[in-house]
Design a binder for this molecule. Structure first.
Ligand SMILES: *Cc1c(COP(=O)(O)O)cnc(C)c1O
Length: 438
């Protein structure tokens, strides 16, 4: 297709050498398009840029001979705008379906399909036998789209929500037009959990009054709220034929969560929702949904109203190609190391302050109890230019559990994917200075 005619411009042996180097560089891009899987080793930015350029040059807004008279022709006034979308000015999707090819944008459509294929291979490499789709919206909205798909497929109208105090999923449930039925948390020692029997009762009651319930469970949360027992919930959902969506906002970064997902996927799990920024270190704005059922992903796509900006999807593609499988596994390993370090340092600190590290199963976050106002402590950390930690008062119903108070004031700190060891050390140091009033 592309002829690199440099004949006669330079000596013959140099010409051959030049073409050889060029061919080997282009081979990276050919391989991505041929294999459509996450590369073992990450690919450098120049090659990713070139791939995006090739793809975006296929869209009709780049056609030098096009006659463009529609009300939407991928126009822009500033090159800045074109750069912000990596050249995919037409966005992705058709008005009726997000994943369907857009006739004005062959390149963007191929880019989206390629991204989903690479994403699927990534999920499979992690051990999840699923299909994945990248969405141009974050976790809460992705969850909303999943629920919409459930309504289309099963007439679901009530979401049973084992209470987890994050506003995004709660708002996502309401936005989808579902009624929400909370199942309250209970205290088991330090740990805040939702009893699986209570979830089963809620399902039976909703069926009894003629509703079509589904369950939205939560896998990733900060302590003392433990993960829902997703495997048990999936079993119950299978037994009663009830759809089940899991909020796994940051599940992909941890072996512990992935293993739990693997076990749950043996029973009824319609889809899992994860965040592209928390798991793939993209800028905020994308979601990842995965399911064993391709038809379900198609229904999500049909739920999306209109076309979408391509950038969140491009971000997913760029992360997967940049990291490669090896790079991602290395990040996971570093995360685990940081999590262990955080636990050690917090235990040392607890000994000095007379607090304790809450005894909660969590592969990412830890909570340490404090004797003074935790909100004030978190405020002080913020002023010391630390971002991330949360201070939660024992009386804070929203943050801990729905009906009960909690025995402790505490500070939550997370060692999430991408965190650096020196930051773990620095935050505990600063917290120590605050707690010991130095
Ligand atoms: C981060 C997180 C979300 C995020 O929702 P967004 O819509 O991506 O902001 C939702 N639920 C949980 C449990 C989270 O940790």
């Amino acid at each position: 297709m592309f002829r690199m005619n440099i004949k006669g411009l330079i000596p013959r042996h140099m010409e051959e050498r030049g073409l050889l180097v060029l061919r080997d560089n282009l081979k990276y891009i050919e391989d991505i398009l041929d294999h459509r899987r996450i590369p073992e080793k990450g690919i450098d930015e120049d090659k990713i840029r070139l791939l995006l350029k090739f793809l975006s040059l296929m869209d009709t807004d780049k056609d030098p001979k096009a006659i463009r008279v529609g009300e939407r022709e991928g126009r822009w006034v500033s090159r800045i705008q074109e750069e912000l979308v990596s050249g995919f000015c037409h966005g992705i999707g058709r008005s009726g379906s997000l994943i369907d090819p857009q006739p004005k944008a062959p390149g963007a459509s191929a880019m989206y399909s390629l991204t989903n294929s690479i994403l699927t291979s990534f999920l499979r490499n992690l051990g999840l036998k699923v299909y994945g789709v990248g969405l141009p919206v974050a976790t809460g909205l992705s969850l909303s789209l999943c629920l919409n798909a459930l309504r289309r497929m099963y007439n679901s109208n009530v979401a049973i929500y084992p209470y987890a105090a994050h506003k995004s999923p709660i708002k996502g449930i309401y936005l989808a037009g579902f009624k929400m039925r909370l199942v309250e948390t209970k205290l088991y020692g330090d740990s805040v959990q939702v009893d699986v029997g209570d979830i089963e009762d809620a399902i039976l009651q909703e069926i009894d009054i003629g509703n079509n319930p589904c369950v939205v469970s939560t896998l990733t949360f900060f302590p003392p709220r433990e993960s829902d027992h997703i495997e048990e919930i999936a079993k119950i959902c299978e037994e009663y034929n009830i759809p089940h969506v899991i909020n796994g906002a940051y599940a992909l970064q941890s072996r512990y969560y992935i293993e739990r997902l693997r076990r749950a996927f043996k029973y009824r799990v319609d889809a899992v929702v994860s965040s592209s920024d928390k798991n793939l270190l993209t800028p905020i704005g994308g979601g990842i949904v995965y399911s064993k059922n391709r038809d379900f992903l198609r229904e999500i796509s049909l739920s999306y109203p209109g076309r979408a900006c391509a950038t969140p999807v491009v971000n997913i593609l760029v992360s997967l190609l940049t990291l490669g499988m090896r790079g991602y596994l290395k990040l996971m390993e570093e995360q685990r190391g940081c999590r262990d370090l955080l636990e050690k340092l917090l235990n040392d600190l607890a000994e000095k302050t007379g607090g304790k590290v809450l005894n909660i199963n969590n592969p990412i976050s830890l909570s340490i109890t404090v004797h003074s106002d935790p909100v004030e402590i978190a405020g002080k950390l913020y002023n010391l230019r630390v971002t991330g930690p949360r201070g939660v008062r024992s009386t804070d119903k929203f943050a801990t559990c729905y009906l009960h108070g909690y025995p402790y004031n505490y500070i939550v700190i997370s060692a999430s994917l991408g965190v650096k060891e020196e930051d773990i050390i620095a935050v505990v140091e600063k917290l120590e200075n605050i707690l010991l009033d130095r």
